[in-house]
Design a protein around this ligand. Sequence first.
Ligand code: NAD
Length: 501
Amino acid sequence: MIRSAIQPADATRRFLDGSHGLLIDGRWVQGEGRAILVENPAREEGLCEIRAASLDQLDMAVAAARAALSGDWGRMGGRDRGVILNRFADLLDANVDLLGEVMTLDNGSPLSSSKMVVRFLAAELFRYYAGWASKISGESFEPNIGARPGQDFLVATMRQPIGVVGAIVPWNAPPGMMAMKMAPALAAGCTLVMKTAELAPLVGEIFGRLWGEAGGTPGAFNIIHGHGEDIGAAMAAHMAIDKIAFTGSTEVGRKIVHAATGNLKKVSLELGGKSPVVIFPDADLKIAIPAAAMACYLSTGQQCMAGSRLFVHAEVHDQVAEGVAAFAKTLKVGDGMEPDTILGPAISARQKSRIETYIDIAKAEGATAALETAPIDGPGHFIGPALFTGVTAGMRIEQEEVFGPVLSLIKFDDEQALIAAINGTRYGLSGSVWTSNITTALRLAKQIDSGQVGINIHAAMSPETPFGGNRESGWGRELGREGLDAYLKTKAVSIALGPKI
Ligand code: NAD
């Protein structure tokens, strides 16, 4: 029973109380692996119990994906794949209330954010890639120097699906994380085995149901549950999976790379971050202060692009520090089902205690707690926003990803030292620069070593915009045209034209 002032809709309750399973080859089956008790992090109550896939069931899912690749799905033209992806997008919109509530109960996100992820990230991604499905093409050209002098030949390139994709996603925004892999992979003609995150697995099941409703080919999209250390690791090492598309922590990304060496499968990685937000004195502080606070605190800091390092010019340092602390105090922490909640809980007791450990580390390193919220009574893994001033480059709180609402404020007055500090972590995912001087903004944008930089905006995302990390924040790019290319391989076909004349 879920205790909240706002009860979920009947459809959500029916879904939670109904049967749960794995979608393998178009059929729902009970998992034969470990039991997973799915918890509502805002209430510390069980939502339902599901079962992970066994290793045999993983093999069955991979076999189904391979059969679909050489069967109906593989034979389907891009135009028809696009029709299915568009239908899937419409079904996401039509089920936004169910998907949003399930995401909120599963991972604690405020309901409005959950619905936004469904509509403006997931559904729009499917629409965007539905368009690409019919526009995949190679090129042709006549090489300048032939393999055989005196012979003319023509080269035609074919763009073909990479094959069977193993997708592994985190818990923080399941509809978006799944769509970022599923939509381009299916548009490219690949087939998938998607492993849900054990901490928030339920939205994956709804995706599986909607795949059937959209008329998706059985076996082209399979959903399995499982823990990372067994099923995730087995996917990474699986000899019949051609590519792993992974989003999660840098530590696990590294393990996946090692595990993938057996068949040298392709690997794309979207990993952690420690993104900088830079405020210059000429920034519009009315906008920059709340934006900088939310760059870090959004999703209770549990987002890969979190702007967890706030670099502020000495001239406006105190004003920004006071402004961020004052703004943070207005953010309501609570159950994501309550309409006025801005910050939901941490995903788990373990994650909450990890965040608290980082708060202790910051204090031990000599940073000043400019804002520390009082402990919040349970049940629920709640933790309020924290702000540290006096942070300097090299402190652990400045270097390591907390994945929680802990913001480090770093004073700067020298641009060269600023750039060195910004690029002085192992991460390079995102960042933003706040100034009214476009030259300053572009000079910084050029030098920040990260996959995306915002100018007077943080963490802007759209289906068309390539997204990914530099250095230990990832390999490759998702979204946009590059996101499609990541699921295609190129074959060069050379055609002899006869002797050169
Ligand atoms: P995590 O790495 O612990 O888990 C992510 C997924 O990997 C889960 O499905 C898990 O089951 C699986 N996994 C765990 N061990 C595995 C193994 N040995 N082999 C294969 N799979 C394994 O990460 P998390 O705690 O779920 O998510 C938080 C992390 O994800 C943060 O570091 C965050 O920055 C990152 N993240 C990155 C992006 C991005 O796009 N760059 C987006 C969201 C989250």
